[in-house]
Structures are given as structure tokens and as C-alpha cells.
Ligand binder design. Structure first.
Ligand code: 13P
Length: 285
């Protein structure tokens, strides 16, 4: 594609054609390589997502440079997205650096405060041609430093979602319909009626956070009912780490990252293939 694309463009196409684009949480060169190489092989559009702690760990400048190199190298739409950012100043500084997509997560605030914060980011981002995602309702679980206790979770109210999207001018909406970040204690239950109602009232692409550890048929049904972006982190991290741990057990003398990272990458690749298939984004590039 030569350049990083905006998530808006790829999500609007997904909405129209009724599939979802996977957003994979990446952390470093290796995880980006796995995601973009696999997406390119499968001709799938793809979103690379970085949380605040990822950008702190790897450096925003390094991450965006790697994403730009990937966009030049592969002929598929590649977007890079700021995931779960709560600080408006940080988002603005990363948008200035060249990020073209951001989630401002003010879901812990009151409805009015959430709108006020999101609007500020939307105004700034749209001037730079960048896309904004925001969350209404509140997902439970843990995503890096973001921990939400079960008692603080809140489902998205469809009518409030309509008002929220209209008043903020956001480009996509993260909905809380029963998923949670991380692994589930029991079988996750998704409120499909709620999702249907939201889809009927809201005219921007809908985003499903916490898609790891959710049975495939539930994710597929959510996509049928209007989800256009599926966020995956935990399901990538666990197999990568397990494969590297196993490698070290089998090769206790190992010290070369070019060797011990490989099994992690191979294990992660299988998950990326599977998630692209579940999203239905194969051959949609
Ligand atoms: P999981 O870790 O549950 O896949 O959640 C990822 C996510 O929603 C990132 O925003």
C-alpha cells in the first residue's frame, strides 16, 4: 500500500461488506513481523494496536517506523492504532508523530465528561486526518495496566450510544456487550440483542474489545450483527510465551534471540491465521 492507512477507511469497507478487521496488540519488532507477514500472505487488511505501556516499552518512534516499513513492504492495508489511551495530551503528541488512529478511553468517566474528553480528541485528530475510537459502557478484566473490577463493568446502552456518537463525532465505537479483557472465568455470554439494537441506532463501525478466549461462533455472530473490528491481545501473548518457555526447557543453553524467538513467532502465527479466518477478512485487502 506504500503508506499506513487510516482505520476509518478499512473499517467502513468492512462494515459495508460485513466482515471484521482484526486489531492485534503488538509489542515489538517480532510481534509486528508475525502479524503483517501473515496478514499479507492471507491478503487481509490488518490493524496493529499499541497500548500506552507498549509505546512506553518499545518507543512510539520505533513502533511507527516499523509499521511504516511494513506498509511499504506489503501490498495490504496496514493501520497502526493507539489502544486504550486515557491521556489526551499523550494522544495528541502521538498523532503529531504520525499515528493515524487512536482510541481515547474515557469510559470510566460520567457520560457528559466522556463526551467532553472524546470531543477534544476528535477535533484534534480530524484536523490531522486521523480516526478516533471511543468506548461507552465499561469492559471488565485486565489489559496491561488497565484493570476493571467486575462490579465496575457496565453494558452499553443503545440509546446513549446513538447520542454519544452524534455528539462526539467519533469514527468508531467500542461497545460493552459481555466481553472482557483477558481470560474468562466461565463461558462468556454476549448480549446479542443489545448489539443488534446498538447497530440499528449507530452509524459508525462497532468494535469488540476482549475477543480473546471467546468461542469462535460467538465472535462470528457478533460480526454478523455489526462488529467491524475485533481486538485480540491475550490469545497472542500466551502461545508466544509458552512456545519460548518450552524452547528454553528443551535448550537450556540457548542465548540467541534469533533462535529462541522463532518458536514464539511460529506459535503466534497460527493464532493470527485463525483470527483472520474468524473475522472473515481473508482476501479482502
Ligand atoms: P484481549 O486481551 O481479551 O484479547 O483484549 C484485547 C483488547 O481488547 C485490546 O484493546
Amino acid at each position: 500500500m506504500k503508506e499506513i492507512v487510516s482505520t476509518k477507511k478499512i473499517l467502513l469497507k468492512a462494515r459495508k461488506e460485513r466482515y471484521a478487521v482484526p486489531a492485534f496488540n503488538i509489542h515489538n519488532l517480532e510481534t509486528i513481523q508475525v502479524v503483517v507477514e501473515t496478514a499479507a500472505e492471507m491478503k487481509s487488511p490488518v490493524i496493529l494496536a499499541g497500548t500506552p505501556s507498549t509505546l512506553k516499552y518499545a518507543g512510539a518512534d520505533y513502533i511507527i517506523s516499523i509499521a511504516k516499513a511494513a506498509a511499504k513492504k506489503y501490498d495490504i492495508p496496514i493501520a497502526i492504532h493507539l489502544d486504550h489511551f486515557e491521556n489526551t495530551q499523550t494522544i495528541k503528541s502521538y498523532l503529531d508523530l504520525g499515528f493515524k488512529s487512536a482510541m481515547i478511553d474515557a469510559s470510566h468517566e460520567s457520560f457528559e465528561k466522556n463526551i467532553e474528553i472524546v470531543k477534544e480528541v476528535v477535533e484534534y485528530a480530524h484536523r490531522l486526518g486521523a480516526t478516533v475510537e471511543a468506548e461507552l459502557g465499561r469492559l471488565g478484566g485486565q489489559e496491561d495496566d488497565l484493570v476493571v473490577d467486575e462490579k465496575d463493568t457496565m453494558y452499553t446502552n443503545p440509546e446513549s450510544a446513538r447520542e454519544f456518537v452524534e455528539r462526539t463525532g467519533i469514527d468508531s465505537l467500542a461497545v460493552a456487550v459481555g466481553t472482557a479483557h483477558g481470560l474468562y472465568k466461565g463461558e462468556p455470554k454476549l448480549d446479542f440483542n443489545r448489539l443488534k439494537e446498538i447497530r440499528a441506532l449507530v452509524n459508525v463501525p462497532l468494535v469488540l474489545h476482549g475477543a480473546s478466549d471467546v468461542p469462535d461462533d460467538l465472535v462470528k455472530k457478533a460480526i454478523e450483527l455489526g462488529i467491524c473490528k475485533v481486538n485480540v491481545a491475550t490469545d497472542l501473548k500466551i502461545p508466544f510465551a509458552s512456545a519460548v518457555k518450552k524452547y528454553f526447557i528443551e535448550h537450556p543453553e540457548a542465548s540467541d534471540p534469533r533462535q529462541y524467538m522463532i518458536p514464539g513467532k511460529v506459535a503466534m502465527k497460527d493464532v493470527v491465521i485463525h483470527k483472520i479466518k474468524v473475522c472473515g477478512s481473508e482476501n479482502r485487502a
